[in-house]
Design a protein around this ligand. Sequence first.
Ligand SMILES: Nc1ncnc2c1ncn2[C@@H]1O[C@H](COP(=O)(O)OP(=O)(O)O)[C@@H](O)[C@H]1O
Ligand SMILES: [Mg+2]
Length: 474
Amino acid sequence: MTLPDLTSHGYQIERELGCNHLGGRVTYLAQNQTTQQAVVIKQFQFARLDSNWDAYREFEQEIHTLQRLSHAGIPRYLDTFETSDGLCLVQEFIQAQSLSSDSTWTPQKIKNVALRALAILVYLQKQSPVVIHRDIKPENILLDAQGKVYLVDFGFARMGGGEVAASSVVKGTMGFMPPEQLFNRELTTASDLYGLGVTLICLLTGIKSGEIGNLIDADYRLHFRHLVPPQEIGWLNWLEKMVEANPKDRYRNAKEAILALKPLNVTRLPKLRLSHAGIEFSDCKYGKILTQNLMISNPIPETMLAGRWEVVPHISDSPHTPYRHSWIHFQPHKFEGNEVECEVRVDTRFLSADRTYIRKILLHHNAAREPQELTLQVTTQKLPDFLIRSSQGSRLLKYTIASFLHFTIFLILSLGLIIAPILFGCAIFFWILAGPLLIGALRIDDFIGTKWIGSVLNLNWLKYSRKKSYRIES
Ligand SMILES: Nc1ncnc2c1ncn2[C@@H]1O[C@H](COP(=O)(O)OP(=O)(O)O)[C@@H](O)[C@H]1O
Ligand SMILES: [Mg+2]
């Protein structure tokens, strides 16, 4: 790749720092030939096939934004000039590495980056109208040897977040854009917090920028707790709040986020203390629900203990989830606090008499990587002898009654099945033929001249009323 010759403009290019194909931009490290000062030249190349007017406007926007800003954490704007193939922005070179370069990240180091980056955001949010960077990610944050943090690349920056962008093209980097930016909705001072939160999570988990999207679910929730070693819970909660999908659930602005982060001690870890080393229920009466209280505490100040219970699967138990067991229950099942009283409940109705049940219990917590292991032992009482005997006797009686009932019901049902259609058929037969038979009988009665059938059936009134009706009609 050949470097452009900008000596006619007074700059000697040394090397390429970055190349944004989609935006048609290339960033170079160069030297001002007069002052020998190292500078960064960002060139927008008109001739690049993939460059367009939108990208050009972004570039102009970056120039305008940088010109307005003056903060130790933002490279100073130095110059702009035009060449035959592009427009160039000259800015101060910062001797620092981007957060995407390899490094070991301790929670303390990440907290330092967070506080300093937030201080830059406080400055941007103090501008009128506020400046929203819109592309905060590890590649655009630099960290120098003294631990100072710099924010670069204002190509997507916007003044004010109120009005929705005119262009429907979403600008930003996938995985780092909050949902409101992703859907071109109104941006707020909480919008840049999302990108910073995701950046810090990248550092904490060691996940590269291009892969962070894999941790985001369909509801735009970022799941990362399972990937990090034990951490102070307040610190994890803080990070989680930074990347809330709904901007209303995040800190409202950078100042609020700093205030919440400053008092957190991210290096200390809580310590787990349990009032009992194991849980034992002995000589338990059958059918009772037994309870025992366990005290969980954390003696380390400025830290918070968090955890959850799990019963290790056992071959004799019905299948269960880590949150629900058929006969062992914990209340609360999940906790956060430094003095927590947990109730262990055992439902012996699921157990047999005269047995010993041993189950392994795990207490997952944030004081250590490995969960705390406990043993739960339940010994159930023997049933009294007379109960065993009578229970055997009553079982025989129950079987006899049950089989008798079974036989009787079977008999009734089968007889019912045979008799019901016969009765049903007779009923239908009767109702169909009853009318004609009756009328026929009355006719015969008339014909013979007797009122015998009519009087026996007490239906002579029918004959008279019929006659009467004839009379009226005629
Ligand atoms: N002022 C600067 N000082 C030192 N390095 C810089 C500076 N500006 C940018 N860089 C480096 O160059 C890379 C590309 O610059 P950037 O402005 O982010 O361009 P792009 O729009 O291509 O992402 C950055 O990721 C950063 O590592
Ligand atoms: Mg960049």
